[in-house]
Design a binder for this molecule. Structure first.
Ligand SMILES: *Cc1c(COP(=O)(O)O)cnc(C)c1O
Length: 381
């Protein structure tokens, strides 16, 4: 390339996610999985879901996995099997996918927002202060945002000291750990999502709840299937929240076997960006100490007043970008319809939302594309 301007007309844009390339690699395995399910004549809660659940729980190192319809449902069902009900207070971070707080609100429980740390993750020191100030906070939904892992030892201490029930939101953090402790292993229940853009995504919606507790797992299996304990015996007012055989088979055959390699690719791209981006106007959010991140996203911060300009600059260099997230959850219009509390203010979260831009970090990025992302960041003035 003669100069950076050469990208703007010639190169195909670097995408945030490249499902075409994923299909080129995995399509044959996916179609084999589809054929197997089709020929089996069994489409709901059968062998594929069971086999996928076993493989996922083995991958994660948690005894039980329960496939459900979405990450949102996994959080809500996780809270419910742990006894959370209308009126209970649930501590949540302010920056996440809206599903995190929606799960709490759908139960009629009361979200208590506690500000994030410099990385956008739950500020555990502040969380401790919030629980000291309000003993009515009995539940906590921490989010391992961007694929970074919260301090698991510290969460364990929080649990021991306050007896708080933890539902970990691991929708962005499959495969991440903190000082060798896997995310999701401290919480009473753990929720993850198979939304297509996630590190382990289905060809549609899906999610799973993971837990070490056989009781919680059994309760979740009951709730996902109309609250049935046996055919046509309904002991709970449950949901229709089942992971499809089709998605389970596809993930089991085509995607889960590639997850470690995909995560390794994301990690090496992150290392390249952290090394290569040398522009004081573009600040990578960095890695929290101890986090062995799985890099679901690669967030950088820019001057909030120039965020649009920066995203346009990237676009001019054929580099896609996105925001995670443009607003905190408590500032979403829908929250005017919900009861919630805020401990302190959420100024750090608001600043983050105002300044954050996500760069492409999917595992199919070529060396040329990664260099283009770095160049585009470094050429911004
Ligand atoms: C995607 C996501 C969810 C919701 O998952 P769905 O499967 O889309 O319902 C929840 N929390 C976080 C942090 C997410 O990224």
């Amino acid at each position: 390339m003669a100069n950076s301007g050469a990208y703007s007309t010639a190169a195909a844009p670097v995408k945030l996610n490249d499902f075409e390339r994923q299909w080129a690699e995995t399509g044959t395995a996916v179609l084999d999985a589809v054929r197997e399910v089709g020929e089996s004549g069994w489409y709901i809660l059968g062998r594929q879901v069971s086999a996928f659940e076993s493989s996922l729980s083995e991958f994660w190192g948690l005894a039980h996995a329960v496939g459900v319809a979405s990450g949102l449902d996994a959080i809500e069902i996780g809270l419910r099997v742990c006894g959370c009900k209308a009126g209970d207070k649930v501590m949540v971070p302010p920056v996440s996918a809206f599903a995190t707080v929606l799960a709490v609100v759908r139960l009629g429980a009361i979200p208590v927002f506690v500000d994030c740390d410099a990385y956008g993750l739950a500020d555990l020191e502040l969380a401790e202060k919030a629980m000291e100030a309000d003993p009515a906070i009995r539940y906590f939904v921490p989010v391992h945002l961007y694929g970074h892992c919260l301090d698991m030892a510290r969460m364990e201490r929080l649990k021991a000291r306050f007896g708080v029930v933890i539902i970990e939101d691991c929708a962005q953090s499959i495969g991440a750990a903190h000082n060798g402790i896997a995310c999701g292993t401290v919480g009473d229940c753990t929720a993850t999502s198979f939304y297509p853009t996630k590190n382990l995504g289905a060809l549609g919606d899906g999610g799973a709840l993971l837990t070490g507790s056989p009781e919680h797992a059994a309760a979740a299996r009951c709730l996902r299937d109309y609250g049935q304990t046996a055919k046509y015996r309904h002991e709970q007012l449950g949901y229709n929240s089942r992971l499809d055989e089709l998605h389970a088979a596809i993930m089991l055959r085509a995607y889960l076997p590639r997850l470690r390699a995909w995560t390794a690719a994301r990690r090496s791209i992150a290392a390249e960006y952290l090394e290569g981006i040398r522009n004081p106007l573009v600040q990578p959010l960095g890695i929290p100490a101890g986090s062995e991140s799985c890099w679901h996203l690669f967030p950088v911060r820019v001057d909030p007043a120039r965020k649009r300009e920066f995203m346009d600059h990237l676009k001019g260099h054929a580099v896609g970008s996105a925001e995670h997230y443009p607003a905190t959850m408590l500032d979403q219009p829908a929250m005017s319809r919900a009861r919630f509390e805020v401990f302190g203010d959420c100024s750090r979260a608001r600043e983050l939302c105002a300044s954050e831009v996500s760069l492409p970090i999917h595992p199919y990025l070529t060396a040329e594309e990664r260099a283009r992302v770095v160049d585009a960041c470094n050429s911004w003035k």
